[in-house]
Design a protein around this ligand. Structure first.
Ligand code: GP9
Ligand code: MN
Length: 639
């Protein structure tokens, strides 16, 4: 036994335990990781181990004191990583990224405040280093200690195995944790700060290499495409909303099939139904589709504000958070003096929003920290929609006019749960809890929206504002087809599944009549539409969508996977359907041409993001957004 637990191994074990202890202490003292449930508690407890065992364990292959030096050096690097994150988190409420390091503005803000955010207890983060160094110096036994290579290998393998276990339990609790990168908080909560740093480093390296080989020539084919795809504005609509506030409301997971749907003989969304039928002068697009991929909400936001597609894999908001954008809020600001704001009852780091909104040029970001997040106001992912809308009114009023405000709801989100006291509609009865709950949270959202409209009127903001309402993506996936067949009373064929990807789009323009508009369109079409309503021609911008009111609007709606819908055809993989009847038809020249156009459009849009091509797009009347000039939350400069 004594032989096995050699001095070398005990030094190593001590180092591992000390690193674990301080890392775990930092979870409890420094970070707000939102740990819920036993699985997450256990993962939090064990997650510092895997990386520590592997990295420190490599030192066991070295002889004598060199091994101790290795362990101490790695410990020092890990201490630096941990402490840098602690400091950064104290300042920005977020974890450090390699992208942050490159963005001088961010850290520059911190530099003069560094000492003020240090705390006396910070000593605990360095204590283990001191102990290990002292032991190394004082203990001559370490010099002679030896460990068999196969023991060293066993230790490193055990660390790797632990990592796999940790990752698989994490993926079970939060599927697609690494592929979708929802939030840095999540990665740290599940995998710990050290694994997170490696993960972030790999992502940063991938991004950098994609950008490095790009040149302005790559932009030429993009601009050729968007020029030839341009749809000129209809005079009837051009500029009719000039200078009006724009209040854009994101209905989480809201699908069009809910409109006019009756459950237990009652309308599920009576207020939205009224709007869809022209009340409040609402123009309702009933053939509007979401085009999101893995990035879900973030993809919807990206498309609506930039008229580019989300990426085929992952989430552009996360992986392309350091790109150049020519966004709707930035153009509105530069052309018409608009201020812009996002309002949302979740924390700002979700979907990397705090970084990307700066790239997009949002002046303000009211996230969860601006709202009353007491327990009774929360359900599921964050703030309930009713308090969210209520508290948003004074924030909207505080904005300099004209403004563009993007409000994102949250309660109607998978798994569609609601406190009993908030439920005014009985659940569905399919036996599928997701589908059954979906109706109840949709009703809650509908009531929240009705209340918001009333409050907007009271506040005086209603009359002079354009109101845009849209569903971001489907809430019910194909895993629930059985229950959905019961709900819709029809078989969910692949064709029907595509039809189910309709989400509502509504636009209210002061002084204009409402009504139903059957034009086919998708999320990339919203930015050109809103620009033209403002009297800003989108001709020179890289927009992949076209104005929904234009006579030249392209009614082909590409989906992220290369499928498409037009009023005539629906392409699913290699099969073409007649959109009106759902009957399979033979591919023809037109459907083949559309297929080529759609894949070219998606490919060019991907290149814009992967290669950061808009940095080469010089426009006389557009100054690129400087993210270093934007501050949200506690950051200095946001007074
Ligand atoms: C989180 C919310 C939901 O803040 O926007 O995002 P989703 O899961 O729908 O992408
Ligand atoms: Mn969403």
């Amino acid at each position: 036994m004594k032989k096995i637990i050699s001095h070398k191994l005990s030094f190593f074990l001590l180092a591992v335990v000390l690193v674990w202890a301080k890392t775990y202490a930092s979870y409890l003292v420094e970070f707000n990781l939102g740990v819920k449930g036993l699985t997450q508690q256990i993962l939090l407890f064990i997650n510092p181990f895997s990386f520590t065992i592997v990295l420190l364990g490599l030192g066991l292959f070295l002889k004598g004191r060199r091994s101790a030096v290795w362990i101490i050096s790695i410990n020092a690097v890990m201490t630096f990583v941990l402490y840098a994150n602690i400091m950064f988190y104290r300042f920005f409420d977020d974890f450090l990224t390699f992208a942050n390091l490159k963005q001088a503005g961010n850290l520059g803000n911190m530099s003069d405040g560094v000492f003020s955010i240090m705390a006396p207890h910070d000593i605990i983060y360095f204590l283990d280093l001191v102990i290990l160094i002292a032991l190394c110096v004082k203990r001559p036994q370490l010099k002679a200690s030896q460990l068999k290579k196969r023991w060293a290998a066993a230790v490193v393998l055990a660390g790797i195995l632990l990592f796999y276990i940790n990752l698989s339990v994490a993926e079970k609790d939060r599927p697609e944790l690494l592929t979708r990168t929802f939030d840095r908080n999540y990665i740290v909560k599940y995998l710990g700060p050290y694994n997170y740093t490696i993960y972030d480093g790999i992502q940063a390296a991938q991004t950098a290499s994609q950008k490095a080989y790009a040149s302005s020539d790559d932009l030429t084919s993009v601009v050729n495409f968007t020029n030839s795809h341009y749809a000129k504005p209809d005079k009837k609509y051009f500029g009719i909303a000039k200078g009006k506030n724009i209040i854009k409301i994101h209905l989480e997971s809201f699908q069009t099939f809910l409109i006019d749907y009756k459950l237990h003989g009652k309308e599920v969304t009576p207020f939205l139904n009224k709007l869809a039928h022209g009340s409040h002068d609402m123009k309702y697009f009933d053939n509007f589709f979401h085009q999101t991929g893995q990035g879900k909400t973030a993809d919807a936001e990206l498309m609506m504000d930039n008229s580019v597609f989300g990426l085929p894999e992952g989430t552009a908001f996360v992986t392309k958070g350091q790109n150049t954008y020519q966004s709707l809020p930035a153009i509105l600001n530069q052309k018409e003096g608009y201020t812009s704001a996002v309002l949302h009852g979740d924390y700002k780091s979700f979907w990397n929003r705090d970084q990307v909104y700066k790239q997009i040029g949002y002046d303000k970001f009211f996230d969860a920290s601006s709202y009353d997040m007491s327990e009774e106001n929360l359900v599921n992912l964050g703030l309930k929609d009713k308090p969210f809308f209520k508290e948003s009114i004074p924030m909207l009023k505080s904005l300099k006019k004209p403004f563009y405000a993007h409000l994102m709801t949250l309660t109607h989100h998978y798994p569609f749960i609601l406190d009993e006291k908030d439920a005014t509609l009985e659940k569905g009865t399919t036996g599928d809890s997701t589908v059954d709950g979906y109706f109840q949270t949709a009703r809650y959202l509908d009531e929240s929206l009705e209340q918001f409209f009333k409050d907007l009127k009271k506040s005086g903001l209603y009359d002079d504002s354009v109101i845009v309402i849209y569903g971001d993506h489907n809430g019910i996936s194909e895993n629930h087809n059985r229950a959905m067949e019961e709900v819709l009373g029809k078989e969910i064929t692949p064709y029907q599944n595509v039809m189910n990807q309709r989400v509502p789009l509504m636009i209210r323009i002061p002084g204009q009549k409402g009504g139903v508009n059957h034009t086919y369109g998708g999320e990339v079409d919203v930015m050109p539409t809103l620009l033209h309503l403002q009297g800003i021609d989108n001709k020179n911008y890289v927009n992949f969508g076209t104005d929904l009111f234009s006579k030249e609007h392209d009614e082909t709606v590409p989906f992220r996977n290369g499928n498409y819908v037009t009023p005539k055809y629906t392409l699913i993989d290699t099969t073409v359907y007649d959109t009106k009847t759902g009957k399979e038809i033979k591919p023809n020249k037109e459907t083949e041409k559309l297929k080529t156009q759609v894949s070219e459009q998606l490919d060019l849009s991907d290149q814009v993001l992967y290669k950061d091509l808009l940095r080469f797009h010089k426009l006389k009347d557009f100054t690129p957004v400087d993210p270093a000039k934007y501050f949200y939350g506690k950051e200095k400069g946001n007074e």
